[in-house]
Every structure is written in structure tokens, then in C-alpha cells.
Write a protein that binds this ligand. Structure first.
Ligand code: ADP
Length: 451
């Protein structure tokens, strides 16, 4: 087992990882940027090292600075959290060459799944249903038009290396497709350093259903059920729940088995997520695999009782899985709201600044994962996530009722947050009935695509 881990991240996930390390008697080293000097993860870790300036490129993405910090602190593992370097295969190789264990999957799996075209190809060969579309990068407009004609509009142009809901464009006709192709290629090159794009069928009003995978280095692979992440704004998740109101035991078994097969096809080891889109008629398609711990992992923890960070650390240390598929049972219901420093009434514009009043909710069925405290300055440089509010109940309705009162209790002033939008969603009968699709926020609430 590790004796000391460096957490190459910030915010709530750095705090989250430190907490489990403490419970495992592992010492922790925080790294921080000049803008995060007073952050909670810096205070909670056993040691803290400044790795550079406020901009992520200078600090949390600064590989030489992070490796130097790891060498100075003499750690035996690096936990990457999510975002930043968590899906950077080159970083994994550097860690290995320095004899530091990267607490995540092998570089080869990250590289493979980091290319959505290669990932879809691998899944197709493994017998996993994939969204119909181009089988290779689209080279020119003739290629794109030919694919669109074969699968029919609407289609999505996607960047092979895209992520976080970026690098995606929905097109309803030839003219839009040709212009989307050019802009997508240019944007993908600039944002992800890889200009490859592909075209796939745009499913109409699907749900986003993903399966949590847990795999050890000896090839044992299980799934921990699904998360329903259908409530999104601009293809980015806002509310997640487990289980899904649209998945029964039979469908869970079916998709779960395919998810395990998908992870095995990628020679996967660590925690990971296989994402699917589910149509109203019950058909479903693989869209991508995320090779990291995800923001929404707590809902799975709450219904399975499994500490995913602990399992991730254990398998990285070479231990085998402590449980089999049959040992996993989903008990009750869990829902997570992402509380972001954004103004939902103004196109989700970022809302940084000082939080003067902070009072998180508590009581039965409430978990808050956050790095925020009264007097915290929300820096403008990073992801807008402030807190994850997770509630649980015996049923979905119970969990929703706890969420409603927890949202009412949550005081986070004076900056703008997504709390008012969450309150609106949780009072909507359509949401209560679980009759939702990924365009819910745009269609139902007429918000979202207002940029
Ligand atoms: P990212 O890697 O940026 O998160 P994903 O491929 O996981 O991108 O897709 C993010 C979201 O975009 C999905 O949850 C879904 O809402 C939407 N989406 C992606 N592909 C399709 C598709 N083929 N049809 C309809 N919606 C899609």
C-alpha cells in the first residue's frame, strides 16, 4: 500500500481524495497554484507545495513542476482527480519513469479511449452497439455528406479528442454540416491538439446512462450499476442519479454485462465509466469511455456503500478486487446536484468572487462534497464547480424531497449559483415523473443554448 500520495488537483475532488487517504492512513501532499494558496485542500493535506501561477498551464497542468513536487515530497503515488492531467497518457508514462504510481488506468487505455473514433471501433469489434456514423476521421466535406446521407439528419459533428461537452455540433442539413465540419476541425486542433472529427447520428431525446466500472490489474472487472446523467446544459451534466428511473433489473444486467465487456476490451484497470445513450424504445448505444474518477461518483457510492476512491487506490497498489459482481447491490436512491458559480439566468455566465455567507445543508440523507467555506474567494481561472449536493432516500421520491429541503437550506452568498435552477427543476412534475431527456433544460426550461 502507498505511504504517501500527491494529489495533482484542486477543489472538491482534492478534498475528497485527501479524506479517503486519511481513512486509509496514507499521508497526503497537496499541490496548489498561487490563486489557491488559502484553499481547503491545502489546509487538509499533511504537506502542501506551490507549483506555479494561477493559470492552469502554469500549475495544475505543469508536469515538470508537479513531478518535482512529487520527488521533493518523496511520494509513492499520484492521484490525478478528474480534469487537468487525469487523462494525459504522457503524464502517466512520466510518473512511471520516475517510479511513482499513477493512481489510474494504464497509459495505453487512456490513449485508446481518448480517441473517440478508435474507442468506437474497438467497441464495435467487441460487439457493443455504437451510435451509427463514420468509422474513421472525416477527411473532407464529401466524406461528411456521404455519411450524413447514409445515417440521415440530424447528425452530430464531434471532435475525436473532445470532452466536457465541447467540440460538438448538431447539424440538420448539408449547409450546416459543411460549415460545422470546418469550425469543428479548427476548434478541435486549437483546443485538443488533434483536429480529427467524425460524424454520427444525433439521437432524438435520448437519456444519458453510464455504468461505473471497477477493475483490478489481474483482469477482474465488475460494474457498480448505472448513473442517469440526463439533466444537462450544453451537453454538460448538471444533475445525476443512481439508479436510473429508466433502467430496470433486466436492462441493468444487459447493459452492465456489455459495460464490463467494453472495459475488458480496453484492458482496463482502475475505476472508469462506460457511457451510453438510451432511446425511448430501449435501444442503447456506447458513446465513450471516461478513464478517470468522475464528478458524479458519489451517487454510486451512496447506493452501493463502496468508497470508489479507496477501491481506486487499492487496485493501483496492485491489490485485487475485494468483491465480486454478485456482492454488488443497489440500495435506495441517490441524487447529486452540481452547484456551480454560474448565473443560469444569464446564459450560465461564470460568477467568481468572494463567498461571504456560507451555510451548507445537513441532516438525514445529505452529503456535501465541497472546498468552499465562508470567506472563500472563487477564482476565475478554473472549473466553476463549487459543491456537490448529494441526497439519499429509500425511494426516488424520498431523495427528491430531501434535495428540495437541502437546496432551501443551502446558503452561498452573494455570488450567483445554479441553486435557483435546481430548485426549479426539483419542483417540476415532469422531472418528478422521471420523463426527461438530454434536451430537458433547453426545451422544458427554455434555458441553455442562449450563448
Ligand atoms: P464529452 O466527451 O464532451 O462529454 P460525449 O460524447 O460524452 O461528450 O457526449 C456528451 C453529451 O452530448 C451526451 O450526454 C449527450 O447529451 C450528447 N450527445 C453526444 N452524442 C450524441 C448523439 N449521438 N446523439 C444525441 N446526443 C448526443
Amino acid at each position: 500500500m502507498f505511504s504517501k500520495i500527491l494529489i495533482a488537483n484542486r477543489g472538491e475532488i482534492a478534498v475528497r481524495v485527501i479524506r479517503t487517504c486519511k481513512e486509509m492512513n496514507i499521508r497526503t501532499v497537496a499541490v496548489y497554484s498561487e490563486a489557491d494558496r488559502n484553499s481547503l485542500h491545502v489546509r487538509l493535506a499533511d504537506e502542501a507545495i506551490c507549483v506555479g501561477g494561477a493559470r492552469a498551464e502554469q500549475s495544475y497542468l505543469n508536469i515538470p513542476a508537479i513531478i518535482s513536487a512529487a520527488e521533493i515530497a518523496d511520494v509513492d503515488g499520484i492521484h490525478p482527480g478528474y480534469g487537468f492531467l487525469s487523462q494525459n497518457a504522457h503524464f502517466v508514462e512520466i510518473c512511471e519513469s520516475c517510479n511513482i504510481t499513477f493512481i489510474g488506468p494504464p497509459a495505453s487505455a487512456i490513449r485508446l479511449m481518448g480517441d473517440k473514433i478508435a474507442a468506437k471501433d474497438l467497441m464495435r469489434k467487441a460487439g457493443i452497439p455504437i451510435v451509427p456514423g463514420s468509422m474513421a476521421a472525416v477527411r473532407n466535406k464529401e466524406d461528411a455528406l456521404k455519411t450524413a446521407r447514409r445515417i440521415g439528419y440530424p447528425v452530430i459533428v464531434k471532435a475525436a479528442a473532445g470532452g466536457g461537452g465541447r467540440g460538438m455540433r448538431v447539424c440538420h442539413n448539408d449547409v450546416r454540416l459543411i460549415s460545422a465540419l470546418m469550425t469543428c476541425q479548427a476548434e478541435a486542433k486549437a483546443s485538443f491538439g488533434n483536429g480529427d472529427v467524425f460524424v454520427e447520428k444525433c439521437l432524438e431525446q435520448p437519456r444519458h446512462i453510464e455504468f461505473q466500472i471497477l477493475a483490478d490489474r489481474a483482469g477482474h472487472t465488475i460494474h457498480l450499476g448505472e448513473r442517469d446523467c440526463t439533466i444537462q446544459r450544453r451537453h454538460q451534466k448538471l444533475i445525476e442519479e443512481s439508479p436510473s428511473p429508466a433502467v430496470d433489473a433486466k436492462l441493468r444486467r444487459k447493459i452492465g454485462e456489455l459495460a464490463v465487456r467494453a472495459a475488458k476490451a480496453a484492458d482496463y484497470a482502475s475505476v472508469g465509466t462506460i457511457e451510453f445513450l438510451l432511446n425511448k424504445d430501449g435501444t442503447f448505444y456506447f458513446i465513450e469511455m471516461n478513464t478517470r474518477i468522475q464528478v458524479e461518483h458519489p451517487v454510486t457510492e451512496m447506493v452501493t456503500g463502496i468508497d470508489l476512491i479507496k477501491e481506486q487506490i487499492r487496485v493501483a497498489a496492485g491489490e485485487t478486487l475485494g468483491l465480486k459482481q454478485d456482492d454488488v447491490a443497489l440500495d435506495g436512491w441517490a441524487i447529486e446536484c452540481r452547484i456551480n458559480a454560474e448565473d443560469p439566468s444569464n446564459g450560465f455566465a461564470p460568477s467568481p468572487g468572494r463567498i461571504t455567507e456560507y451555510q451548507p445543508p445537513g441532516g438525514r440523507g445529505v452529503r456535501v462534497d465541497t472546498h468552499v467555506f465562508a470567506g472563500y474567494d472563487v477564482p476565475p481561472f478554473y472549473d466553476s464547480l463549487l459543491a456537490k449536493l448529494i441526497t439519499t432516500g429509500r425511494t426516488r421520491e424520498d431523495a427528491i424531497r430531501v434535495m428540495q429541503r437541502a437546496l432551501d437550506e443551502f446558503l452561498l452568498e452573494p455570488i450567483r449559483t445554479t441553486i435557483p435552477l435546481h430548485k426549479q427543476i426539483f419542483s417540476d412534475p415532469t422531472f418528478w415523473r422521471g420523463q426527461i431527456s438530454t434536451d430537458y433544460i433547453d426545451r422544458q426550461l427554455q434555458l441553455g443554448e442562449s450563448e
